[in-house]
Design a protein around this ligand. Structure first.
Ligand code: ADA
Length: 564
């Protein structure tokens, strides 16, 4: 994926974005497909979602994408796809190499021992709901599950010794101390290898390492004297480049540490109040395959609104969006894919295994982004049911294993009888007073009840985030009655929420309004019947990012609060 900086000077990388051959196969079992006899009768953009294009809008089934890729020599090559929804099978020259389940995460397919020349790459993609093959994409969720090769695609020539992954952590922001972990791999034990590390073009390490195995990890502690820190207000970034013999990798980092101290969330020891939105990575014309220009526009409007926080609801965020958040100082709650799961899912090993794989991939693809300040799981799942607690323990435990540097949380809509809050660093609550229950005038009391209950039940020494709250407003609908679904009602509700949470109060450390912009919802009958237009209309902007009445209300409050 093309980033704002070159990730490799020496490694040969081919960007595979463009128009691929395409065919819609329909309601067929992938195991019954004769991959050598496919008739590609169409073309499709990669990245993109085929079911966001008019011709295939709303259709679900198996599809095939095809392109040709250059195999430089007989050394290993690696195909990297940044997100394929919801299930895929990768073929090279008609041979199946791997399956992948779940969208939203980057995954690699290694091509070994292929003779030099062109190879045919076919990707079978399935956007149907099929619990067996993709247990994390379920039709009842409150958003439309688009299908396709939705984000970047590239081919890497790995050579005989390569850097599999760079993982960089800030060990001590005040001392500008970072730890660089270099995971390497090789076709044969490499022996002595030259390793050079530079930061912003300045050499900070040059040594020979003796690599005895075909895979391993090299770790170095480096002090970047005088390097500027990353924070929401001053998002300074640095380019760290590692060369290992003939391979190399560049990562962009922010020197910062996130911690919690009692009810405060700290970045580099300074308390931060998170003000922002839940944002679906979606658009009616692009599905989950947003063009770069739209990501720029979304970030412009988030900044215009005065927000410094986005909850990536409800799945791992596009790394291009995270790059922009790194650059503009927007803090991100990055979340594993999940929505209102019950014990049926949380006690199913297939579901848990799929969650663990997705968490591994989410952390790997976004670990080095300073904008990601916390990890989340299992939106609004049954954390009030003791039968679900082992599932929460396992998934939160995996996050802590993979990354001890970021706080973890989950959004609960059962704040008064939740049995898993002790497992998280930050307590997050979704609540909709004034929308699903009661009037706007009851909002202060409802919020105070929740906060008082949390403080009285063991959570008084933790930060609280109101992770969802809001109201629906059909775009352009203004009415004398100012009832639900009008833009006036939404504006009045959000005005009441922000005033009550933050004017003369500071118990709550963060707010993510539901939601940034409207999004298409699931086609499932009992979902869509409750969603005018077939959209979740609680955006402060509509799905084409046109502001509603509430936009100016939220903007005024957020800028005023941020100026304090
Ligand atoms: C829940 C859910 C959101 C959305 C929201 C709503 O809080 O987490 O994804 O469905 O309700 O609009 O009702």
């Amino acid at each position: 994926m093309l980033r704002r900086f070159r990730q490799h000077d020496q490694r040969q990388v081919v960007d595979l974005r463009g128009f691929w051959d395409f065919v819609f196969l329909g309601d067929v079992n992938p195991d019954d497909v004769d991959i050598t006899s496919l008739q590609f009768n169409d073309r499709m953009a990669v990245p993109g979602c085929f079911d966001a294009t008019p011709k295939y809008a709303g259709r679900r089934g198996l599809v095939a994408y095809r392109t040709r890729i250059p195999i430089v020599d007989e050394t290993p090559h690696r195909l990297i796809l940044d997100a394929v929804h919801h299930w895929s099978r990768i073929f090279i020259d008609g041979q199946p190499l791997r399956d992948h389940t779940s969208g939203f995460t980057r995954f690699a397919t290694d091509i070994l021992g292929h003779e030099p020349g062109e190879a045919e790459l076919i990707v079978l993609v399935d956007n149907r709901f099929d619990y067996e093959r993709s247990p994390l994409h379920l039709e009842y969720f409150d958003w439309y599950h688009f299908g396709g090769i939705a984000r970047g695609a590239e081919l890497h020539r790995l050579g005989t010794l390569w850097i599999d992954r760079l993982q960089i952590t800030t060990e001590d922001y005040a001392e500008r101390m970072i730890k660089v972990a270099i995971d390497y791999a090789a076709t044969t034990p490499p022996g002595p290898a030259d390793m050079v590390i530079t930061c912003d073009g300045e050499e900070i390490l040059n040594e020979q390492v003796n690599l005895k195995d075909t895979a391993g990890r090299i770790e170095r502690l480096l002090q970047l004297d005088g390097a500027a820190l990353w924070s929401p207000d001053e998002p300074n970034l640095h380019l760290l480049h590692v060369r290992l013999d003939d391979d190399d990798m560049r990562e962009r980092i922010g020197i910062r540490q996130v911690s919690v101290d009692g009810p405060r969330i700290l970045i580099n020891g300074q308390p931060v109040r998170l003000l922002g939105f839940n944002r679906h990575d979606a658009h009616p014309q692009f599905g989950h395959g947003l063009p770069d220009a739209l990501l720029i526009a979304d970030v412009q409007q988030l900044k215009d609104l005065g927000s410094n926080f986005v909850r990536g609801s409800h799945y791992p965020q596009d790394v291009r969006f995270l790059d922009l958040c790194d650059e503009t100082g927007i803090c991100v709650w990055n979340e594993a894919l999940g929505w209102q799961h019950t014990a049926e899912h949380l006690t199913d090993p297939r579901f848990i295994d799929a969650q663990l794989t997705l968490i591994d991939e989410m952390v790997a693809m976004s670990f080095n982004r300073p904008s990601v300040i916390m990890w989340g799981i299992l939106n609004e799942s049954h954390s009030h049911d003791p039968a679900c607690r082992p599932g929460y323990e396992k998934l939160l435990g995996r996050l802590r294993e993979l990354d001890g540097t970021r706080p973890v949380t989950y959004a609960s809509n059962h704040p008064l009888n939740d049995v898993c809050f002790d497992l998280v660093d930050i307590v997050s609550v979704n609540t909709y007073p004034g929308w699903y229950h009661g009037g706007i005038e009851e909002i202060p009391q409802r919020l105070d009840e929740i906060i008082a209950h949390l403080d009285a039940h063991g959570q008084a020494d933790k930060p609280i985030i109101i992770s969802e709250i809001g109201a629906g407003a059909v775009p352009g609908w203004r009415d004398w009655n100012e009832t639900r679904w009008t833009e006036q009602y939404q504006a009045r509700l959000l005005d009441t929420v922000i005033r009550h949470l933050f004017v003369d109060r500071d118990r709550v450390s963060g707010l993510s309004i539901w939601q940034f912009c409207d999004c298409r919802t699931s086609e499932q009958t009992d979902r869509i019947l409750r969603r005018p237009r077939g959209f979740n209309n609680k955006g402060v902007l509509d799905e084409y990012r046109r502001p509603k009445l509430a936009y100016e209300v939220v903007k005024r409050h957020f800028h005023e609060l941020r100026s304090r």
